[in-house]
Ligand binder design. Structure first.
Ligand SMILES: C[S@@+](CC[C@H](N)C(=O)[O-])C[C@H]1O[C@@H](n2cnc3c(N)ncnc32)[C@H](O)[C@@H]1O
Length: 293
């Protein structure tokens, strides 16, 4: 089995919160007579392998530590795909998307462990697949939870827009706050064109420039000059993104969770948005409880 090493304690935390939501979601869809009508789908669009090799104790990243045979530590190393497959009551269908061929092979081996489950595995780009899938699915009959867990800036706003337009998708999304977005927002002035384009792609608007680089008049030796320095805290960047989600989803959790690394930097923001007009209030209430620190 190839090693898929990522994350730290915050990864365990993130996946445990996702698991709680999937359990709550499927309990509702199994018990509620109206919800029973729908076919439920879990989509993992950056699926990885279904397992992960991570530190077993805070700060302990040695291979030996990650290979411990302690069954409790073992269970902490499940990846999102396996966690979703183990949720009961079960989703009716699962879609795992993964770009890397080796990881796709691991997902296929994972699928073999669950012969009774309907698991579709797609090798390719998550954005391209999801946009097509949103168009092709009959949303009168289906409801879905989509988990977007990229390493960095891979999720395009246009993909989020497609998911929101289904009015049938609940979204868990890892926004790359400190790991990427804050780094592209250069301090001295607006970033170079390539970085600016990447920011526009992730925010779905150019308004970030005005929000994070307000134009100010500054007195210099030669009179008043216009300056445009970065004026954006991590909190402000997170708020800006959550407000953007609110423009397309029915309801969005107001308390996204900063995932903090060992140097106390919020590298990601775990966000939740509900797309179905009916049930979005309950969905966001459950998600907000799960997101509480
Ligand atoms: C952080 S890992 C996902 C971990 C997984 N959610 C888990 O808990 O086990 C991100 C994965 O996304 C894959 N990936 C990167 N870019 C992608 C893209 N554009 N489309 C699909 N998969 C992609 C990587 O190969 C990697 O396996």
């Amino acid at each position: 089995m190839a090693k898929h090493q990522f994350g730290g304690d915050w990864t365990t935390d993130k996946l445990e919160r996702l698991r709680k939501y999937l359990c709550a979601y499927m309990t509702i869809f199994t018990r509620n007579p109206k919800a029973q009508y729908f076919t439920t789908i879990y989509v993992d669009a950056f699926a990885g392998t279904g397992h992960r090799v991570g530190p077993t104790r805070r700060g302990d990243k040695s291979a030996a530590a990650s290979e411990t045979a302690d069954p409790e530590a073992e269970s902490f190393r499940k990846g999102s795909a396996r966690i979703a497959l183990e949720v009961g009551p079960s989703f009716h269908r699962f879609i795992f998307i993964e770009r890397d061929a080796g990881r796709v092979a691991e997902l296929e081996a994972l699928r073999d462990e669950f012969p009774t489950k309907a698991v579709q595995i797609e090798q390719g780009d998550a954005n391209a697949f999801l946009k097509q899938w949103c168009k092709q699915t009959d949303w009168k009959k289906h409801r879905a939870v989509v988990f977007l867990d990229p390493y960095g800036m891979q999720v395009d706003w246009a993909t989020l827009d497609s998911l929101a337009k289904t009015k049938a998708v609940d979204l868990w999304l890892l926004f790359p706050l400190g790991v990427a977005v804050n780094r592209l927002l250069t301090k001295a002035g607006p970033p170079p064109e390539e970085w600016a384009n990447a920011l526009t792609r992730i925010f779905g608007t150019k308004d970030w420039e005005q929000a994070f680089y307000p134009k100010k008049e500054e007195e210099t030796l030669f009179g008043a000059e216009e300056s445009q320095r970065k004026d954006a805290t991590l909190e402000a960047i997170g708020c800006f993104f959550v407000n953007r989600l609110k423009t397309i989803f029915v309801k969005v959790a107001d308390n996204p969770l900063p995932l903090i690394n060992s140097t106390n930097t919020p590298i990601y923001l775990l966000c939740f948005a509900a797309g179905a007009p009916k049930g979005s209030g309950t969905a966001v209430k459950i998600a907000q409880d799960i997101l509480k620190q």
